[in-house]
Design a protein around this ligand. Structure first.
Ligand SMILES: [Zn+2]
Length: 378
């Protein structure tokens, strides 16, 4: 049995946590004279439902290898991420099948990888073909909803696809969403230019998440109606937000959180395959992308079309606190318990009997900066 002391992420209370055989066996409040400022915080390990790759590796690369999948996964452990959804964006069927097959092979090779891959996220290819809503997804691979293709991709993944992002206005969307929801797969709306009726029909059919709300959107929107209001106002939809400080202005982030409540917002970093790379222009399967020295990743040759984040989940958790005034506990749950529950997965708490998937970290509240000390997984 091992034990350690830390401050609970949700209450700030100092506790001693005992672990045995991958489980929490005790969480005991302790009294101390020590100043708590120097104590690490402890929270359930982070979960991110949208990770595209890392260090120059994309899950959607048609040459992806098992070793690369394992490298990307191991990289996220240093960022406090205990579980994640490898995310494959709009690509050819061949590339998508290869990507899912390779993720599956990595999970079948290593038990730790199988546990870390809580599912897979297919973002596209059934999205808008318009510039703006489409974001950095390659237009030549955008296509109408195709349930039989989706089933083939899910089979390639070993049944791991737990989340699919589609545009509400994509051809065949309502029927596709109904089938996916019936199969227990979470459907998100994103990369769309849908109107109110299309969004309502998609939510009626079962869509429950808005993928990176406020991004993957037209640069110019009519003041109202527009798809932001429609998604904010529908209480059945929970938004994911990229709270990295670049994708959304703080005022937008704060407004989204206020509209939905801190209990109904999901943080994702949407990390690009170029996350972790130094500034420069890189060829990718989706065209040339540029890592800018301020940390943004853009479609090369311009500065407004972002192409995923260079920053990782823990950065987004820290920035969420600074930008919106939610508590550290609420922000951690946005990158843990809230999306896990939404995806129908086990969401461990800091109680005896729970899986010992824990992250220890330091937090500078004024700067919104979270620094990972250690990740423990059961
Ligand atoms: Zn996207």
């Amino acid at each position: 049995m091992t034990s350690f002391t830390a401050r609970r992420y949700d209450s700030g209370e100092p506790v001693r946590i005992a672990l045995q055989n991958g489980r929490i066996t005790d969480v005991e409040p302790i009294w101390t004279r020590e100043p708590l400022e120097d104590w690490p915080w402890v929270a359930p390990a982070f979960f991110d439902l949208q990770i595209n790759g890392y260090g120059g590796v994309w899950f959607a690369d048609e040459k992806l290898t098992v070793e690369q999948v394992l490298e990307v996964l191991a990289g996220y452990r240093t960022h406090g991420v205990g579980r994640l959804f490898p995310t494959l964006i709009t690509s050819s069927r061949k590339a998508l099948e290869h990507g899912f097959r390779t993720v599956r092979a990595a999970c079948e090779k290593e038990a730790w990888a199988d546990r870390m891959v809580a599912g897979c996220h297919l973002e596209g290819p059934y999205i808008s073909d318009q510039d703006g809503p489409r974001g950095a997804h390659p237009v030549q691979h955008v296509r109408p909803c195709d349930w039989s293709e989706f089933e083939a991709l899910n089979a390639a993944s070993g049944g791991r696809i737990r989340l699919v992002t589609v545009a509400a206005e994509a051809v065949g969307a309502a029927e596709f969403i109904r089938r996916a929801s019936d199969a227990g797969i979470l459907v998100a709306l994103g990369h769309q230019a849908a109107d109110a009726a299309q969004i309502r029909a998609a939510v009626d059919a079962g869509a429950r998440l808005s993928t990176h709300l406020g991004n993957g959107a037209a640069g110019m929107l009519k003041r109202h109606p527009n798809f932001l209001w429609d998604q904010l106002a529908d209480d059945r939809l929970i938004p994911s937000v990229i709270s990295d400080g670049h994708h959304l202005p703080d005022a937008v982030l704060k407004t989204f959180v206020a509209a939905k409540s801190p209990e109904r917002v999901v943080i994702t970093c949407d990390a690009s395959g170029l996350a972790g790379m130094p500034p420069g222009v890189y060829p990718t399967a989706f065209g040339p992308f540029e890592v800018v020295d301020d940390g943004r990743i853009v479609v090369a040759g311009q500065r407004t079309l972002l192409a995923g984040s260079a920053l990782t989940t823990e950065v987004c958790v820290g920035h969420m606190v600074k930008a919106t005034g939610v508590t550290l506990g609420q922000a951690c749950d946005m990158a843990g318990r809230i999306p896990l529950r939404l995806c129908g997965l086990d969401a461990p708490r800091l109680i005896a009997g729970a899986a010992a998937d824990l992250v220890l970290f330091g937090f500078e509240a004024g700067a919104g900066k979270l620094t990972i000390d250690k990740l423990m997984t059961a």
